[in-house]
Design a protein around this ligand. Structure first.
Ligand code: ADP
Ligand code: MG
Length: 154
């Protein structure tokens, strides 16, 4: 962790690349990213099952000042909403087939708030406007957490 890094760096085009050593540290990276987010932003979360994508979203939710207590993978609801001064839509594509994903009309959500999508690599087309969060197992409780700004301006 590099606490001296200004929270808005990810949205200014800088990347984050850190090793976290606990669930709380991964959530803290999410909370820091949240500081620079605004409605219309899209976050794509990539990484294996158990990598920490949902943990990261819990950090996003708390960083946005929303209640993180009930953040879990939206297994049955597909899309969970956390409403407050800003709204976060939390989407998990794990159980969807490609055709179902394209029916979701995720674009419509971005008009309304911030959208965080687990298993975003299952989307039929890449979104150059998305912030990419990639989490990889680095052994035991260690995770490599990378945040990259969008390829295209939003
Ligand atoms: P995903 O949504 O990617 O499938 P989850 O966020 O649901 O994964 O679960 C991550 C699991 O890994 C949790 O049980 C969490 O406690 C554990 N864990 C251990 N170390 C870390 C870490 N450094 N960062 C995030 N999660 C961690
Ligand atoms: Mg998950």
């Amino acid at each position: 962790m590099r606490p001296e890094m200004p929270p808005e760096m990810a949205r200014q085009g800088e990347s984050i690349d850190v090793i976290t050593r606990s669930e709380a540290e991964t959530a803290a990276v999410g909370a820091r990213l949240a500081q620079g987010l605004r409605p219309g932003d899209v976050i794509h979360l990539l990484g294996d099952l158990g990598a920490g994508k949902t943990v990261f979203v819990r950090g996003l939710v708390s960083g946005l000042g929303l209640d993180p207590d009930d953040v879990s993978s939206p297994t049955f609801t597909l899309i969970q909403e956390y409403r407050g001064p800003v709204t976060l839509f939390h989407v998990d594509l794990y159980r969807l087939a490609g055709a179902e994903v394209s029916d979701l009309e995720l674009d419509a959500l971005t008009a309304d708030g911030i959208v965080a999508i687990e298993w975003a690599d299952r989307l039929p087309t890449p979104d150059a406007r998305a912030i990419i969060v990639r989490i990889d197992d680095a052994g035991d409780d260690e995770r490599r957490v990378r945040v990259d700004p969008p390829d295209a301006p939003r």
